[in-house]
Design a protein around this ligand. Structure first.
Ligand code: M6R
Length: 593
């Protein structure tokens, strides 16, 4: 909702700051019109408002009283009101409503104190002192005109990663920020500070103890993967990457002895065998992937699986034992709600396995085992390829548990993996044959005020995902229900021309779902049906329009059923003139609670 930069160079009296409300393009245009000075270091920020409305003043960076120090900040400083009052009593004035300005003024004060004590500036020390005074979640980056060759960062609960270049170094919330310049990255752990210059990176804890050997890794995708590459939008590109996302997530999972491999496992086989319950924690789309996992894992492994929104889980005293496996699903690996829930689970003695798309992110780092979804970077706010990759990974996890616990025969596991390997081809078939019909349906329904998505069995979480996509990017009211639930209340919403999207891809429940469709039609609903090839002729008798997906094992069907729904939301949003990649009010990675 706003963006800004602060630049520092030798000889500057004050940090050069420029910030603008609105899209990043506003800031870019402003700087092109009126260029900023050359600099040796810079910090930049895009804001998602938490404290104070999105305007030029509240945008970051914020500066110290004398303008010599500037900071940018992600997170929420919970003791900002008290710190602000203390500073106000000392005569400090504030121009913005943000917690970040409080931290900036305080950092200025600390920096001056250090100069008084030692005779020279020490931004690294000042940021560490500041970090010890702040409560809440934060990643802070700071620059000081008196040390124009360094940038200093500190993190507590919010993400921060270093990019290691040649004669230049970078800091970002995420490797995507610098992958165009370097693929070598360094992890910054919880409660660590970092000082970066062109040729040096020093990491310490908040007390100043140097971390001798911070972990480094190489990013396994290219900058081009995070570019549009000829597509009109990232969302369209990423929907078309659904087949590849599934394929890559399955790659190398089966070794020569027919055993399934996870990426990192810090849980011994004995503990895995003892697991008697699974709780999936996740938010949004990732939680719907968890709901799909429940159906498959309970069927294959015969242990109960609960799915819980991470922000609810943490505050309700869930029953967790060392025999509970908590599965944290997250595309970004930085969703604060999921991270906090994971920490809670580990504190209670449960093991945590992460299903994550982002190498080196906080969630996989803090988990006992990791299964990466190798979907490649997902840029559009609406999750698409990550969802199909997440359910694929969840299937792999289910089969892995079945293998460890001896719940399925080896050849049965291998056969299921074979069917999974055929999914990319089938998804591609949907994209190739159904896109035109989806687009026509979307154009016909573009003015609808409300949608009802119905599904049964594994179709239900897919219905939830379809409804979420539509609200998120097209701003249309949409709800999802298990089709059988309609008669218990929601059917009263149906009137002439209500739009119903009915998912009837679970073969054994086709007739029951069609009975529900007939009930809706009898009350005036307009129905878009989704079914498998075998029922293509049948569904035409009931639905006004239909979309077809190939038939698969019933538990694997969601990987196919969701594809036309992603495309449907995309085309509705497009026809309504919405920005499909950056829907209003949303951030790609939700790093606040
Ligand atoms: O990065 P995560 O998978 O943890 O994100 C969870 C949700 O915030 C995310 O899935 C969100 O619901 C998407 N924008 C949905 O398209």
């Amino acid at each position: 909702d706003s963006a800004g930069v602060a630049l520092t160079a030798p000889g500057m009296e004050r940090v050069a700051v420029r910030k603008k409300a609105g899209r990043l393009a506003n800031l870019v245009q402003d700087i092109e019109r009126d260029p900023m000075p050359d600099a040796t270091v810079g910090i930049g920020h895009t804001r998602w408002a938490t404290n104070g409305v999105p305007n030029d003043t509240n945008a970051h960076p914020h500066t110290s009283r004398d303008g010599k120090v500037a900071i940018i900040h992600n997170g929420i400083i919970e003791n900002a009101s008290q710190l602000r009052l203390d500073l106000q009593t000392e005569g400090y004035r504030f121009v913005s409503e943000t917690d970040t300005e409080v931290a900036a003024k305080l950092l200025g004060k600390i920096s001056d104190k250090i100069i008084e004590e030692t005779g020279k500036p020490d931004l690294f020390k000042a940021v560490r002192r500041l970090a010890r005074m702040l409560e809440g979640a934060f990643t802070i980056l700071a620059t000081d005109v008196r040390q124009p060759d360094i940038v200093v960062g500190a993190r507590h609960d919010s993400p921060l990663v270093v990019g290691l270049g040649e004669g230049e170094n970078f800091l970002g919330s995420d490797v995507a920020a610098f992958v165009a310049y370097t693929k070598r990255a360094m992890e910054i752990d919880q409660d660590q500070a970092v000082m970066v210059s062109a040729d040096k990176v020093v990491v310490s804890d908040f007390m100043g103890n140097i971390v001798p050997d911070p972990k480094t890794y190489t990013v396994d995708w290219d900058a081009s993967a995070a570019e549009k590459g000829g597509w009109d939008s990232f969302m369209d590109k990423e929907i078309h990457e659904d087949p590849a996302a599934v394929q890559r997530t399955l790659l190398g999972r089966l070794d020569e002895n027919g055993n399934i491999n996870l990426d990192e496992v810090r849980i011994d086989e004995h503990d895995f065998k003892a697991i008697d319950k699974i709780i999936v924690i996740a938010c949004g789309t990732a939680a719907y992937a968890g709901m799909v996992a429940k159906y498959a894992i309970e069927h294959w492994v015969r242990i109960p699986v609960e799915v819980e929104l991470a922000h609810e889980f943490r505050y309700r005293d869930p029953i967790l034992t060392p025999r509970t496996l908590v599965v944290a699903i997250s595309q970004s690996g930085e969703t604060m709600d999921t991270l906090m829930a994971l920490r809670h689970a580990r504190e209670q003695g449960s093991k945590v396995l992460a299903i994550c798309n982002t190498q080196g992110a906080s969630i996989p780092r803090e988990s006992d085992a990791v299964l990466y979804t190798h979907a490649g970077p997902e840029v559009a706010v609406a999750s698409t390829k990550a969802f199909v990759a997440q359910i694929t990974a969840a299937y792999v996890l289910g089969l892995y548990l079945a293998q460890v616990k001896g719940a399925m025969y080896r050849d049965e596991i291998a056969q299921t993996l074979e069917s999974l390997k055929d999914m990319p081809r089938k998804i591609q078939w949907v994209l190739d044959t159904q896109t035109k019909t989806v687009q026509e349906a979307a154009e016909q329904m573009v003015d609808a005020k409300s949608f009802l998505f119905l599904g049964r069995h594994v179709g239900y979480p897919v219905a939830m995902e379809g409804a979420l996509k539509l609200k998120e990017i097209a701003y249309v009211h949409s709800e999802a229900y298990p089709a059988g639930e309609l008669k218990h209340g929601p059917i009263s919403l149906i009137e002439e021309e209500t739009l119903v999207v009915a998912l009837a891809t679970v073969e054994k429940l086709f007739d029951k779902t069609m009975a529900n469709v007939r009930e809706d039609k009898a009350r005036g609903a307009h129905v878009l049906g989704v079914t498998t090839e075998d029922f293509a002729g049948e569904i035409e008798k009931y639905a006004d329009r239909s979309l077809i997906v190939p038939k698969a094992h019933p538990l694997l069907q969601p990987s196919l059923t969701v594809i036309p729904l992603q495309a449907f939301a995309y085309y509705i949003a497009l026809a309504r003139g919405c920005d499909v990649d950056m829907p209003r009010n949303l951030a790609k990675s939700v790093t606040v609670e």
